[in-house]
Each structure stands twice: as structure tokens, then as C-alpha cells.
Design a protein around this ligand. Structure first.
Ligand code: HSE
Length: 349
């Protein structure tokens, strides 16, 4: 089954997704009868192209790798996107699924939310790894999707492509989630690990996290705990029937923890981790993000590098811990693919 795909934003995640579907297109077609045809890419900085017969992904990725503009793909031919706003393209252009991959704005969730609403109001499914719309407007957007018989999927918003929503919504359906505790930010976990394991300075480790595509556009969001806060807000609202806003969550980042603190803790067999947690108490969500000094025997203390982990307490299954990549180009690119495959699975039933 062929799907016309549009990408809004073509940074690290978008390029990771394109790389995967380019390398695995035969496997995806033969194994799942899934044939993604990328027909639109809209990027505020790199440019916009609309190619109804499908973009040659290899050629596009080569351009992007050379730091060139997306429009150069057209080699001087007329650009159908000329003079059109992204919202206009989302509304008018023939697509089946839009992947919304612009930068997270945790305060306004814009322009992503407007893009998502436009797509859902004009008959297109949406998948996103953007934490803004999921943290601020999850209920409203899933309702809008349902009313229009469409899907709004957010697997990439928490733990990149490591399954969280798919796992708890489908495979562990029937359980009631009581409490969630985890490491939800790859960048800070990477920095803390590098300081301890390689005696690396904070600034050097942060720079490396940026180079590896883990950090947010503005890494303050990572190190001050805003990214983990967005994620625990999403989990509270999706799994604990909460209706909280990011401002309802107590937050502290890792900037007060020095390399000396990390090394001193190591000597005592402890490890600092940025822990996000949420639970419901008397119908109220209690959520927080803060650095904690965990004994080395704690399962979360063993999670190193850009990995994330979630420890979830369920009424029927007790405690389940999942661990896996929490950030990265291919890892988050994969979350976009897994959501598209889920949509394909439902539509082809
Ligand atoms: N900046 C985020 C992190 C990316 O480091 O976890 C994945 O959401």
C-alpha cells in the first residue's frame, strides 16, 4: 500500500527517517506491504519542495549532507511550492500522512500545533516526535483526530523509538498504571555518564551531545529539565488520565551538579540521575523532575549514555522496566516509521 508522506521540518529526525526508508524500502514493501512515497518537504530554513511523483531520497540526502538547500533538488526547474505558506500546503496538497518534525516549543507548542490541526481538519494522519503539542494539547489533538477518523501518534515524543505508547496501549492494555518513574532525557544522562566514566568536563560533554544530535536546538531545555518535564507531562496525561500542564510539574535540572559531585558520589557507590516521576494521589497528579543521588544497586542507576529507562508500576503486572535509546537521529527517525507502520496496520486490517 502506498502512502503519500509530507515532512514538516527536515532536521536530525527528518533526515534519520528518510535514511531509514531509503535503506529499507524493499524490506518494508516485501515484509509489510508498506510503501512510503515522500511527496513534500517543508522546512523553514532549508526550503520547501513538492514532488507529486515522489522525491528521490538518496539525491535529497546527498544535498542535505553537503549543507545545501532543499530547493537545489529542483536543479532550476519551477518550484510548485513557490509563494505558498506551510499551512496552505498542508491543507491543499495531496498527502496521506504528515510527519510534524519542527523544533519543540514547550511554552506555545507553535507553530507545530497549528500544522497538526490543519492536517487533521483536512483529512491527513499525523505522526510527531514534537513534545510541545503532545505536552500541551494531547487530549484536544487526539479528540480532533478521532472525530475525523484519523490517527495522531506520538511514539517519538518519549524515549525516541523505544516503544512506550505502543507498548502500554496495546501489549499491556488492561493494566492500570499506578506510578511512572524514569530517566527521560538522553542529553543529561549522557553528560552525567561522560563526567563519571571519562572525567569529561560538563561543557565538552554537552558539546558532544549536540554534535551527536541528542540535544534540543536550545540545550537549556535539556540541562534545566524542561525536556524531561514535557515528557513526564505527556505520560501523566496519556497514562494517568491527567490533565496537567508543564507548569504544574516541579522541575530542577542538572546544572547544579558538578563533575566533583559526580566523582564524589561514585566513591560512595552512588550515581546522580535526572529522574522524572508521576503518580496519582487522591485524583491529583504528582509529577516532578529532579536530580537524585541513587545507590548503584538501583536499576535506574545502571542506565548510561543517551539511554533512557522507564520503571512503571501496573496493577496486574507489577513493576516493568523498559530501557533503550532516548535520543538520536536514527532512533528518533525510527519512531516516525513505527507510528506510520501502526497506522498502516490499522488501515489494512
Ligand atoms: N533532547 C532530547 C534528549 C531529545 O536529549 O532526550 C529526545 O527527546
Amino acid at each position: 500500500m502506498e502512502y503519500k508522506i509530507g515532512l514538516i521540518g527536515c532536521g536530525t529526525v527528518g533526515q534519520g527517517f528518510l535514511e531509514i526508508i531509503e535503506n529499507k524500502h524493499e524490506y518494508l514493501r516485501d515484509q509489510f506491504d508498506f510503501e512510503p512515497k515522500v511527496v513534500a518537504i517543508c522546512d523553514k530554513i532549508k526550503g520547501t519542495i513538492l514532488i507529486p511523483e515522489g522525491i528521490n531520497i538518496k539525491k535529497l540526502l546527498e544535498l542535505l549532507n553537503q549543507g545545501r538547500k532543499i530547493e537545489e533538488y529542483l536543479e532550476g526547474e519551477a518550484n510548485q511550492a513557490e509563494g505558498k505558506e506551510t499551512l496552505e500546503i498542508i491543507e491543499e496538497y495531496k498527502t496521506d500522512i504528515w510527519a510534524e518534525l519542527t523544533y519543540t516549543d514547550i511554552e506555545t507548542a507553535e507553530p507545530a500545533t497549528s500544522y497538526i490541526k490543519k492536517a487533521l481538519r483536512t483529512g491527513k494522519h499525523v505522526v510527531t516526535s514534537n513534545k510541545g503539542p503532545a505536552a500541551l494539547f494531547y487530549r484536544e489533538l487526539s479528540k480532533l483526530a478521532k472525530e475525523n477518523n484519523l490517527f495522531f501518534r506520538i511514539e517519538g515524543t518519549v524515549m525516541s523509538g523505544t516503544p512506550v505508547f505502543n507498548l502500554f496501549e496495546r501489549d499491556l492494555a488492561g493494566n492500570t498504571i499506578k506510578e511512572i518513574k524514569g530517566i527521560l532525557n538522553g542529553t543529561t544522562n549522557f553528560i552525567l555518564s561522560k563526567m563519571e566514566e571519562e572525567n569529561m568536563d560538563y561543557d565538552v560533554a554537552l558539546k558532544l551531545a549536540q554534535e551527536l544530535g541528542y540535544a534540543e536546538a536550545d540545550p537549556t531545555a535539556d540541562v534545566e529539565g524542561y525536556d524531561a518535564l514535557a515528557k513526564i507531562t505527556i505520560l501523566s496525561n496519556v497514562f494517568l488520565e491527567g490533565n496537567i500542564k508543564p507548569s504544574d510539574v516541579k522541575r530542577e535540572g542538572i546544572t547544579s551538579i558538578s563533575k566533583e559531585d559526580v566523582l564524589a558520589a561514585k566513591k560512595e557507590n552512588f550515581r546522580y540521575k535526572l529522574i522524572a516521576s508521576t503518580k496519582k494521589e487522591a485524583d491529583q497528579i504528582m509529577a516532578s523532575v529532579s536530580p537524585q543521588k541513587l545507590p548503584i544497586s538501583d536499576p535506574l542507576a545502571g542506565v548510561m549514555g543517551a539511554n533512557n529507562a522507564l520503571n512503571v508500576e501496573l496493577d496486574l503486572m507489577g513493576k516493568i522496566t523498559i530501557q533503550g535509546p532516548g535520543a538520536g537521529k536514527i532512533e528518533t527517525g525510527y519512531s516516525i516509521l513505527t507510528d506510520m507502520l501502526a497506522i498502516h496496520y490499522h488501515l489494512s486490517k
